[in-house]
Design a protein around this ligand. Structure first.
Ligand SMILES: NC(=O)c1ccc[n+]([C@@H]2O[C@H](COP(=O)([O-])OP(=O)(O)OC[C@H]3O[C@@H](n4cnc5c(N)ncnc54)[C@H](O)[C@@H]3O)[C@@H](O)[C@H]2O)c1
Length: 251
């Protein structure tokens, strides 16, 4: 991945930060976007430490709310201005939300859809404009994008939508030589999982996780390794795929 340039949204989150560190350790340049500049500064320091070389000129950060097309375009333009090209993008920004069919409020529905689904759609559109030929996009869906998840009406719908976006973009990426895939994680040890398990007792959570064929949570770095593979030329024949990484939850 030496010399490659990758752009990440949700880059200060659990999976995004792990991916940024991994790409840096493999010699790639990274452009990190998230909503808080303070968090981005903190992430940039952590990423610099993960690199074996002097990484100061190999990292770029910019605040970007994925609900706003002009912010996404500005961030990606700045990325290409700084590094001269873009080889791949990981669209990881997302929020969790818990509401049953009966509880679902329209305002919360719109918030979740606007970040998880519309945000991913706007990122793909902007990335199609600037990615180099042979480029790769990886979107974040979820186990909840593949099967139903009671009590997660909006989240589940948004992640099912990301599967559709991924498949259409993979088909239409043909003319631009862009591959588009998605990862579908199960339990990954991040702040979002803590939020998702808030309403479950520790005993019930341990029981559910312990029942998996791989009976533990994923470390975010395990998910980062899958994303890095899909971003890389090693995955040159893979497009339109939805990769489960869930310890066997969906078997
Ligand atoms: N952690 C899990 O178990 C799990 C499971 C399945 C899917 N996922 C998906 O993986 C992705 C990464 O999740 P994570 O566990 O690292 O979560 P996380 O909460 O640690 O990180 C999510 C990041 O997205 C950012 N974000 C939120 N709203 C944004 C907006 N409007 N614009 C830009 N950035 C925004 C947050 O600031 C945060 O840094 C998410 O899309 C999530 O839905 C996570």
């Amino acid at each position: 991945m030496e010399g490659k340039v990758y752009a990440l949204t949700g880059a200060t989150g659990g999976i995004g930060l792990a991916l940024a560190k991994l790409l840096a350790s493999r010699g790639a340049k990274v452009s990190l976007a998230d909503i808080s500049q303070a968090q981005l500064d903190k992430a940039a320091e952590a990423v610099k430490h993960a690199s074996t070389a002097d990484y100061t000129d190999s990292i770029f950060t910019q605040t970007c709310d994925v609900r706003d097309a002009s912010q996404i375009q500005a961030w990606l333009r700045s990325t290409v201005d700084k590094f001269g090209k873009l080889d791949g993008a990981a669209n990881l920004a997302g929020v969790f939300s818990r509401a049953s069919v009966e509880e679902q409020q329209l305002g919360e529905w719109e918030r979740v859809i606007s970040i998880n689904l519309t945000g991913t759609m706007l990122c793909i559109q902007a990335e199609f404009e600037v990615l180099s030929k042979g480029g790769s996009i990886v979107n974040a869906t979820s186990i909840a994008g593949i099967r139903g998840s009671a009590g997660c009406f909006a989240y589940c719908a948004s992640k099912h939508g990301v599967v559709g976006l991924t498949r259409v973009a993979a088909l239409e990426g043909k003319d631009k030589g862009i591959r588009v895939n998605a990862i579908a994680p199960g339990y990954v040890d991040t702040a979002m999982l803590d939020q998702a398990l808030e309403t479950t007792t520790p005993e019930d959570a341990a029981k559910a996780i312990g029942a998996l064929p791989v009976p533990r949570k994923a470390d975010p770095m395990e998910v980062a390794k899958l994303i890095a593979f899909l971003l890389s030329d090693e995955a040159s024949y893979i497009t339109g795929a939805i990769y489960s990484i869930d310890g066997g939850m969906n078997v």
